[in-house]
Design a protein around this ligand. Structure first.
Ligand code: SAH
Length: 403
């Protein structure tokens, strides 16, 4: 069974989907992404599909299929669980010379939906003589290869920008808590396109290893001390390179907007008129506890969590209301608190938190060096902890889930 591969450009074109089950539920999002106007005909639909209908993203006729439903369609998907209905839908489509995919019977289907993946503007579709599992597994290998870079997908870099215009831009990319695999797909995609990468210590170094020889890597931790602070120098490098027409990725540990000075970097770009994109990352404040089996909230146990920095000890300089945090019941997640942990524990207990409140210290979370230590709040000051650590305080930390 061989096919002739083709890419349908469905923008603004009607597509008829018959059947509201899980197959339609899987196909409709991609039809919408392609810009299709979807008419769903089905007496019942999955929640996802009915949500689309409620939001006005698809039109849903809540009834059985009728002859003529496909009159306006450029493309038809027959995905009911009744083979005779699918056969009738397909037969009518064929009579009208409209391509129709029959979800239940590849052999009887005029068109096939191919296993598909997209990465960095590349779209790959796989068919395997009508064996959808084989196609999907090949597709998965290709997707993984594109992500890891094992499959080369070079871009022809745009040549010099025309005078008076510049193509420079900045992406502020959260790299995730430590494990290189925990960057987002979007973040990785942009990193692969970067011409300049400005990185610092908490961003996974493996991500830098995969960059091409021609990519300039600016290590923020190694910027020379001088008249300007490191942050000013980082901002200046980003903006300068972007104004030279380069695509700059500022790679930051965790999420750039959680104690990451992302706001200052965003402002620097906006002030310089440099186009800038923000790509959120998994913050160590949530991912760190999770990697050690601690949910920051738990139904019936705790309904709020606070993330605080401990880099300033409790006292007049601190902007954190430690007494109020101590008086509350929520989970407390501390970043940058290794040095001041004894004073913080004391302030929380003085505020009303029980001295025996469980604490879990997660060091080098999500990396191969992850180390987890447990103690009571009263013993936090004397319990071993090293940078970088996330300290999570509260009942959720004491539920002894060892991964
Ligand atoms: N923007 C980052 C936080 C930067 S502040 C984020 O969203 O994760 C730096 C602090 O984050 C460190 O002092 C430490 O408390 C915490 N941290 C970052 N990565 C960590 C990791 N892999 N393990 C434990 N703590 C980490």
């Amino acid at each position: 069974m061989s096919v002739y591969e083709i890419g349908l450009r469905l923008q603004g074109k009607s597509v008829l989907v018959v059947g509201g089950g899980s197959i339609a539920g899987r196909r409709v999002p991609r039809l919408l992404a392609a810009g299709a106007r979807v008419l769903l005909v089905a007496p019942e639909a999955t929640t996802t599909l009915s949500d689309y209908a409620a939001a006005g993203e698809i039109q849903w006729e809540r009834r059985e299929w009728r002859s003529g439903d496909g009159d306006d369609a450029w493309f038809v998907l027959a995905a009911t669980d009744a083979p005779e209905v699918n056969a009738a839908v397909a037969a009518e489509a064929e009579a009208r010379r409209t391509w129709c995919v029959r979800a239940d019977d590849a052999a009887a289907s005029d068109a096939w939906t191919l296993a598909h993946t997209e990465f960095d503007g590349v779209s790959v579709a796989v068919s395997a003589s009508g064996d959808p599992r084989r196609a999907a597994s090949i597709r998965d290998s290709i997707a993984a290869g594109l992500r890891t870079g094992d499959i080369d997908a070079p871009r022809s870099r745009t040549t010099r920008p025309a005078a008076g215009s510049f193509k420079g831009r900045v992406a502020l990319v959260g790299a995730g808590p430590g494990d290189a695999d925990l960057i987002t797909l979007r973040g990785l995609e942009l990193l692969r396109q970067a011409e300049v990468v400005v990185s610092d210590r908490l961003a996974p170094q493996e991500l830098l290893d995969m960059l091409g020889e021609d990519v300039e890597i600016v290590d923020a931790a190694k910027l020379p001390y001088g008249r300007h602070t490191t942050q000013e120098q980082i901002n200046a490098v980003m903006v300068e390179r972007a104004l030279e027409g380069k695509f700059v990725v500022r790679l930051k540990g965790g999420d750039g907007f959680v104690f990451g000075r992302g706001a200052e970097e965003l402002d620097a770009c906006l002030e310089a008129g440099v186009p800038v994109e923000v790509v959120p990352g998994l913050s160590s404040s949530i991912a760190g506890p999770a990697a050690a089996g601690v949910p920051v909230t738990e139904r019936g146990v705790v309904h709020d969590f606070t993330v605080a920095t401990g880099h300033v000890p409790p006292g007049p300089q601190s902007k954190v209301n430690w007494a109020a945090l101590g008086a509350g019941h929520g989970t407390i997640v501390l970043l940058m608190a290794v040095k001041n942990r004894a004073a913080i524990a004391e302030a929380l207990i003085a505020g009303g938190r029980a001295p025996e409140t469980p604490v879990r210290i997660v060091e080098n979370a999500t990396t191969k060096n992850q180390t987890v230590r447990n103690c009571a709040l009263a013993d936090l000051g004397v319990t071993e902890a090293h940078h970088p650590s996330v300290i999570v305080i509260g009942d959720v930390a004491g539920r002894a889930r060892e991964l």
